[in-house]
Design a protein around this ligand. Structure first.
Ligand SMILES: Cc1cc2nc3c(=O)[nH]c(=O)nc-3n(C[C@H](O)[C@H](O)[C@H](O)COP(=O)(O)OP(=O)(O)OC[C@H]3O[C@@H](n4cnc5c(N)ncnc54)[C@H](O)[C@@H]3O)c2cc1C
Length: 337
């Protein structure tokens, strides 16, 4: 059981900034995210896009903003449960909550801050017969720990940044050739990555199939081979250890919608007059996941909401103590040892 002061669901920009604000009040945070990397939409949808409305940064790439937020929260040593979706919540007699993920990891905290954005990012699964039988037995929808796949026979499907980035990664690290299968001849990924793929293909490090797709999976106790329909309409069976269909992720509010929270327009209703608390005391919702009159889905607004939410979190966690706001310019940042 992971125990913390504040359990944050969602490691997007707002969840990450919550760690910093909570840390200033000596509150320890742990974050859960359904995807294997921090950064939410900024990492998943637009890492290379510049953002122009973050105070103090006339222009910053989304991916760089995530790096800065990670750096800013690091002194407060947050814990992470990545690649797992917060599935259920149970209130305890002492007022705290236990949140369990889809992988069964349990977390206990007196305060929950939901920073779930548009919802948990779920993989878009290809329509292949019996694919679920092979899930986690050779079929993986995300690369949680690349080291596990080093020197395995890896095939990847997809034409976006994630598919190409991982293909390049494995082609450079693995002794065995990496396979890339894409339905079209044109890729949606960055030009540099596409050029690199063709370059690695020419060097013999990538087996490339365009205008092709994986149509069948074979194996008895797990994946043994994939069957590809190639560009000249032939079927080819290839032995593999792991196949990653990386067709992107789509957000779903998912299990949070069944937690008894008041939901409006697919978002969680909060009290914006005080602290962005939900209808369940002790559970707050900040960032894109919440709604109230005048709500704006902007990173900046989420930062403000998180700052106010942790003030109330402090009072719940320390009912007998008073907290006086001190400027960091006077105190500096005192992280956790
Ligand atoms: C193309 C594009 C451009 C944009 N440009 C700007 C801009 O220039 N300026 C600006 O201010 N905003 C911009 N936005 C909006 C901005 O990205 C969002 O306001 C911001 O990402 C919200 O942050 P968040 O932390 O609330 O949520 P998110 O970034 O959505 O992160 C939420 C995280 O929660 C996780 N999660 C959700 N439910 C669960 C669960 N049950 N279990 C585990 N994890 C869960 C998700 O996997 C996700 O990683 C843009 C958005 C898009 C799509």
């Amino acid at each position: 059981m992971i125990k913390t002061d504040i359990l944050i669901i969602g490691a997007g920009p707002v969840g990450l900034f919550t760690v910093f604000e909570a840390g200033l009040m000596k509150l320890k945070c742990h974050l859960i995210d359904a995807i294997s990397k921090a950064g939410g939409q900024l990492t998943e949808i637009y890492p290379k896009k510049p953002i122009y409305d973050i105070p103090g940064f006339p222009k910053i790439l989304a991916g760089d903003l995530v790096d800065r937020l990670m750096e800013q929260s690091a002194p407060f040593k947050p814990g992470f449960t990545l690649g797992e979706r917060a599935e259920s919540i149970k209130k305890q007699n002492d007022g705290s909550f236990i949140v369990t993920t889809n992988e069964g990891t349990r977390h206990k905290a007196p305060v929950i801050i939901i920073a779930g954005g548009l919802g948990s990012f779920e993989p878009r699964k290809p329509k292949i017969l019996n694919i679920e039988v092979f899930e986690k037995k050779g079929v993986e929808y995300m690369v949680k720990d690349p080291n596990i796949f080093i020197d395995k026979k890896v095939f990847i499907s997809g034409g976006g940044d994630s598919a190409l980035d991982w293909c390049i990664y494995f082609a450079e690290k693995n002794k065995k050739k990496v396979g890339l299968v894409h339905r079209s001849e044109s890729f949606r990924a960055h030009k540099d990555s596409v050029e690199k793929i063709y370059h690695l293909h020419e060097e013999g490090k990538i087996e490339l199939y365009t205008n092709a797709e994986v149509i069948k999976l074979n194996g008895i106790n797990g994946l043994d081979s994939i069957e590809i329909r190639t560009n000249n309409n032939e079927n080819k069976i290839i032995k593999v250890d792991t196949w990653f269909p990386l067709f992107g992720l789509s957000p779903k509010l998912g299990p949070i919608a069944d937690w008894g929270l008041e939901i409006e327009k697919n978002a969680i209703k909060v009290d914006n007059t005080i602290d962005y608390q939900t209808n369940i005391p002790g559970i707050f919702a900040v960032g894109d996941v919440n709604t109230y009159l005048g709500k704006l889905k902007l990173i900046l607004c989420g930062f403000h909401e998180a700052t106010l939410a942790v003030q109330s979190a402090y009072k719940i966690i320390n009912p007998d103590k008073r907290y006086t706001l001190k400027y960091t310019t006077v105190q500096g940042i005192q992280g956790f040892d």
